[in-house]
Design a protein around this ligand. Structure first.
Ligand code: GLV
Length: 325
């Protein structure tokens, strides 16, 4: 009897077919979730899990998953998974790097332009019937912020941060960065986080969520940002303090914010952020293009098939699990 792989969200048929050559598949139905108590033996019987960022895999969940040998997440971020809990049990974790930087940077730059030039706000204004003959055009109508000639501060210079830097250079921005790894990239000036926040007209967040980056952009740091700056976050919600962003928008410290990710997703309807006209929001769609999602599915399947064959995953987050092999 082949090993069972639990797939938490349906992948395109060709990817399921590739997996099915190596394992028995148990694909969850819409409405079922990995953490459902009702999943019982289906969860404890699985040898591998192919999941997404909406599946929390923590110690409690892992308790009854005694057969589990690998997890392959269709995501680059793995903050939904307790990596050390997997590693101590020798369970390999795969992710999907190298295929979503451009799509995510496009989303970040779209949010930047929309926040700077009040595009979403203008769209709502017209649809709400507020654009009338009496306010058709005036020199002070719907003024935004210049993008060209301004400074973009990038927090986190990994592949998405670097893709953002390339876009910003094309728009005539000066690009600065602070990155926990200390990485340097030609054309991007390295600054301390303090200097970056104090001097950037736009700040875009591109670090992974980890213990060291949780609440990195907190109230105290937002208070040091250049007055009238714009904050963009396409990384993870927990990195930015949302109530501090709302307060900084209210007191004018921030001109606007563009957010793809939230502390809680979906963002609660009563979030203060949603009440603010200068906040542009999209529902965690950073990598959501058809071709990027196919590439992510491909990486996830390549990882899972390697694990099913007893080989190391090519995109492995905790390669230390192979040290003993
Ligand atoms: C998306 O947010 C990802 O981590 O892939």
């Amino acid at each position: 009897m082949p090993n069972t792989v639990l797939v938490t969200q349906p992948l395109p048929d060709q990817y399921l077919a590739r997996l099915a050559e190596h394992a028995e598949l148990d694909v969850l139905d819409a409405g079922e979730s990995l953490s459902d108590p009702a999943l019982g033996t289906r969860r404890s019987a699985c040898y591998g899990v192919v999941c997404t960022l909406t599946d929390t895999i923590d110690r409690a969940l892992l308790k009854d998953m005694n057969m589990l040998k690998f997890v392959s997440s269709v995501s680059v971020g793995v903050d939904h998974i307790d990596v050390s809990a997997l590693s101590v049990r020798g369970i390999a974790l795969g992710n999907t790097p190298g295929v979503l930087a451009d799509a995510t940077a496009d989303t970040a730059f779209a949010l930047l332009l929309s926040a700077a030039r009040r595009i979403a706000e203008g769209d709502r204004y017209i649809r709400d019937g507020k654009w009338t003959a009496s306010n058709r055009w005036s020199p002070g109508f719907f003024l935004g912020k210049d993008v060209s000639g301004s400074t973009l501060g990038i927090v986190g210079l990994g592949p998405v941060g670097q893709a953002m830097a390339r876009r910003a250079a094309g728009f005539g921005m000066t690009v600065a960065s602070w990155t926990p790894s200390g990485r340097k990239v030609p054309g991007v000036c390295s600054l301390s986080l303090e200097a970056l926040l104090a001097t950037s007209d736009f700040v875009s967040v591109h670090v992974a969520l980890a213990d060291t980056t949780r609440n990195l952009i907190n109230g105290a740091r937002i208070a040091t940002m250049k007055p009238g700056a714009v904050l963009i976050n396409t990384a993870r919600g927990g990195i930015v303090d949302e109530s501090a962003v709302a307060a900084a928008l209210d007191d004018g410290r921030l001109f606007a914010a563009g957010l793809d990710v939230f502390e809680e997703e979906p963002v609660p309807a009563d979030s203060l952020l949603l009440k603010h006209p200068r906040v542009v929001v999209v529902p965690h769609i950073g990598s959501a293009t058809a071709s990027t999602r196919l590439k992510m599915a491909d990486r996830a399947v390549v990882n899972a098939v390697a694990a099913l064959r007893g080989e190391p995953m090519p995109y492995c987050v905790n390669p230390e699990v192979y040290a003993a092999l």
